[in-house]
Design a binder for this molecule. Sequence first.
Ligand SMILES: [Zn+2]
Length: 122
Amino acid sequence: MRDCPLCNLNLKKEKVFYEDDFIVILRTKKLKKHQERIMVVWKEHYTNIPDAQFYYAMMKLIDVGKKAFNYTPKFIIMDGTFQTIKHHFHLVASDLDPASEDFDLILKTQWLEVIGTELEGI
Ligand SMILES: [Zn+2]
């Protein structure tokens, strides 16, 4: 789509953690004072993503997130209630930092998953 900012994104200029034919996992445009904040984006335009694709995207985000957030015991995957990106199905994963700019919003958002990293239990 010509006017879609995500379709026009130059991935070479982004911090990309993972990419295949279907999805890309990259650092979000704004870190909002988090040490790390990443999202999985489905490359095709979807308004309602089928379950299989949803779980695929989620599974990959968890895999990548365990490494990307290895500085902290837990990270969360948020529901897209407050999403600003149109056309593309995406999920944002974030650490939990009370000093981050969007911490209030994080607390208001439904969490789809809370995932422990390797640090959990230390
Ligand atoms: Zn697009």
